[in-house]
Design a protein around this ligand. Structure first.
Ligand code: HDE
Length: 690
């Protein structure tokens, strides 16, 4: 049989990658040097492959087992390394070393979607996981949170039902990574406690522009404990330096086609180019007296504490400054455990949190296959650790001596006795906050958890008009996707009537169904004072920092105009991204070839935060016949972004239906100012919102 010189290797080991002096030698997993990694061992030139080829067998054997079970939830995630720095002295509240002012602690963060599999897209409508592992000098503290401060359920026993309902349907195996389907809304419409979270999920919070522009929340009430043993209640918040920002639904849908890895790429590239994502860590601290005075239970994870009632106090900052070296070894194998807690922090009785304290340890064994998963480098504490736990699969430590039990008196006999308990160790604080709970065994839900609507109303009333329209439209969109279960949309709207009559009517009208009777509320909701902190629009920063501006060019583009624009974008700390009909570039007015960063068909404007159209008369004429160029401008305008254009590009803007408003500018300073914003007022003229 004919063989090419590149693939033919003799037994003499003449590979084209012959280990030169200093190069590492390719070996088997057991260290045997390999001479030929291109051909398996066979009997005769065209004969059968031999069982004795241990090089082939080991390689295929290992490959066959490369995949491990993906996470049952949060399977799709992206991670990065960084550090946390404590910036305020809170020793009066907590003795945790990680909070010592000035202390820097290594962290690893993994962001995730919830419902989709590990190969699903980055931009479905979904809650985002925000899991932080802090390798403190007193052990690992994992703050395993989400980008939304409340959750769907009050009790962990409901979690498998929620997840089964939202993930792809059991018989048909679809849809992937989205809640817009029968089983999710069947479950949701039967679960009034989910209502508050549904409002968050239907808002643009579930469509983040970037992982760098999301808030993070520990959700549950935890405790801080000081050196005297005094405990306070606490909620944790991460606030992004770049402000909160989300996309809109049409944009998110198109992003799924434009770039499946939109968030993963954005995070990686930001860190790679030295634009390190940053968050502040804030705390809301309160005591039992405050808790008792609220119309909700602070142990109920479907409730938040308005920042106007307890302001968020900033106590530190987190910077992500290093990408992973290996996705599998780090992002995939990282194992977060809400039970990873350090002296100075403690759990509350939140029944959702209590269930999580079991689940994560349990799931790691099934995912990583061994009780020794804590020895994997990404999971191992950075401080010394030791105990008398021994053996198990994949044990990599080699403890010396006889001490594998305690108490022992081996030390008294001149041998190593091993580690000892410490008075400074983690100790659960009893009754320092709130009354001691004792009583009969009861499988019940506390009466204090029974108001399911007040905070949904609070959330709705805290949004801008445009945000409210987005929430109503999302309910309509998702409920319109409910196919076979006719009774589900009316049942959901019946619940919504408890939140807000006008809103429920809006959704019913959007669905084209009669307003159903109001569902009976377990407890009548109360009005709470709206809070600006709950709105995205009220918390966006008018900055171009960390953003990307798409710049459409073609042959004939004015070189001077382009240069000035690119300099202005860069000065605003944003990234200019040149898009041209050919990736090789465009021939500018001065005859130079300008290389493009992306080709027009593969670089739609949804990838960018603002769009600049820098075209000559001829360039415009050429692009008027190019559907992708018209769509590029139309989408930028439709996604409420600034559109800046050279005078000559006007016909393209006209063809794309761009109408003058304050977001439509020339290419001067006005564009840079506009590019830092989104123009929500434009939207009602562009699409029907519920
Ligand atoms: Fe999770 N969750 N969860 N969860 N969760 C997991 O643990 C679970 C909940 C969150 O990037 C699993 O390692 C139960 C709330 C994040 O690796 C699993 C309940 C919040 C991540 C699990 C909850 C979260 C997970 C699957 C109800 C926000 C991804 C893989 C009581 C505060 C971590 C794994 C990562 C992952 C169980 C509810 C956040 C199965 C039982 C509430 C960010 O153990």
């Amino acid at each position: 049989m004919a063989t090419t010189p590149e693939t033919t290797r003799g037994n003499a080991g003449e590979t084209h990658q012959q280990a030169a002096d200093g190069d590492p030698v390719l070996t088997t997993n057991h260290g045997v040097p390999i001479s030929d990694n291109q051909n398996s061992l066979r009997s005769g030139e065209r004969g059968p492959t031999l069982l004795e080829d241990f090089v082939l067998r080991e390689k295929i054997f290992h490959f066959d087992h490369e995949r491990i079970p993906e996470r049952i939830v949060h399977a799709r995630g992206s991670g990065a390394h960084g550090y946390f720095e404590a910036t305020d002295d809170i020793s009066d509240l907590s003795k945790a070393a990680v909070f010592t002012k000035g202390e820097k602690t290594e962290v690893f963060v993994r962001f995730s979607t919830v419902a989709g599999g590990s190969g699903s897209v980055d931009t479905p409508r979904d809650v985002r996981g925000f899991a932080v592992k802090l390798y403190t000098r007193e052990g690992n503290w994992d703050l395993v949170g989400n980008n939304i401060p409340v959750f769907f359920i009050q009790d962990a026993i409901k979690f498998p039902d929620l997840i089964h309902a939202v993930k792809m349907e059991a018989d048909r195996g679809y849809p992937q990574a989205g809640s817009a389907h029968d089983t999710f809304w069947d479950w949701a419409s039967l679960t009034p406690e989910a209502t508050h979270m549904l409002f968050w999920a239907m808002s643009d919070r579930t469509l983040p522009r970037s992982l760098r522009m999301m808030e993070g929340f520990g959700i549950h009430t935890f405790k801080l404990v000081n050196a005297e043993g005094k405990a306070s209640f606490v909620k944790f918040h991460w606030k992004p330096k770049l402000g909160i920002q989300s996309t809109i639904w049409d944009e998110a849908l198109k992003l799924q086609a434009a770039d499946n890895d939109y968030h993963r790429r954005d995070l990686f590239e930001a860190i790679d180019t030295g634009n390190f994502p940053e968050w502040e860590l804030g705390i809301q601290v309160f005591d039992q007296a405050f808790a008792d005075a609220q119309p909700y239970d602070v142990l109920d994870s479907t409730k938040l504490i308005p920042e106007d009632d307890i302001p968020v106090r900033v106590i530190g900052r987190m910077v992500l400054d290093r990408n992973v070296d290996n996705f599998f070894a780090e992002t995939e194998q990282v194992a977060f455990l809400p039970t990873n807690i350090v002296p100075g922090i403690d759990f509350s009785n939140d029944p959702l949190l209590q269930g999580r304290l079991f689940s994560y340890l349990d799931t790691q064994k099934s995912r990583l296959g061994t009780t020794n998963f804590h020895q994997i480098p990404i999971n191992a504490p950075r401080c010394p650790f030791g105990n008398f736990q021994r053996d198990g699969m994949m044990q990599t430590q080699v403890p010396k001596g006889r001490a594998n039990y305690e108490p022992n008196s081996l030390g008294a006999h001149g041998e190593e006795g091993g580690p000892r308990e410490s008075p400074k160790g983690f100790a659960t604080v009893n009754a320092a906050t709130g009354p001691n709970e004792t009583g009969d065994k009861l499988r019940i839900r506390s009466e204090t958890f029974s108001d399911h609507y007040s905070q949904a109303r609070l959330f709705l009333n805290s949004q801008t008009e445009s945000e409210q329209a987005h929430i109503a439209s999302s309910f309509v969109f998702e409920l319109s996707k409910v196919g076979t279960l006719d009774q589900v949309p009316p049942r959901m709207v019946a619940n919504l009537r408890n939140v807000d009559e006008a809103f429920a009517k809006r959704v019913a009208d959007g669905l084209g169904i009669p307003l159903p009777d109001k569902a009976e509320a377990a407890r009548e909701p109360v009005d709470m004072k709206p809070s600006d902190a709950l709105s995205i629009h009220k918390n966006m920063k008018a900055t171009l920092e960390g953003r990307t501006v798409g710049v459409l060019i073609a042959d004939g583009t004015d070189a001077g105009e382009l240069d000035t624009l690119v300099a202005a974008i860069t000065a605003a700390k944003a990234k200019p991204f040149l898009v041209a009909p050919k990736v090789g570039g465009a021939k500018l007015s001065d005859g130079t070839m300008k290389k493009a960063d992306g080709q027009l068909a593969g670089s739609p404007s949804q990838l960018f935060d603002a769009a600049a159209v820098v075209l000559s008369k001829d360039g415009t004429a050429a692009l008027l016949k190019e559907g992708a160029a018209v769509q590029w401008v139309m989408d930028a305008f439709g996604h409420l972004k600034a559109v800046g254009a050279s005078e000559a590009a006007k016909p393209l803007l006209d063809k794309a239906g761009v109408e003058a408003d304050e977001g439509v500018t020339g290419l001067d300073k006005a564009f840079i100012t506009a590019a830092a914003k989104r123009f929500y007022a434009r939207e009602p003229n562009l699409r029907t919102l519920a």
